[in-house]
Design a protein around this ligand. Sequence first.
Ligand code: SF4
Length: 82
Amino acid sequence: MANKLMKHSKNVNGKWYCTSSADENGEGCIACGVCYGSLPNIFAEDENGEAYVICQPDGQGEISLAEEQMNACPVNAIGNNG
Ligand code: SF4
């Protein structure tokens, strides 16, 4: 599970978040581009290519899509317990 104490500063408030690359536990975003490349209405990239949540998923359809990205993230940098 992503570390909710290491959220990216640009995440919008809510359950869903991405973690900062500064996470010392190795679960920070590595800027792979998967989540915002696949679901750009929920995830966005900052100036360093790191991901943050730009809009909280709304409804079961969007939540399912966000869950797909959470499972696809190679470093567990997406969480939904924020
Ligand atoms: S899938 Fe994970 S590592 Fe890749 S950009 Fe998104 S949060 Fe970062």
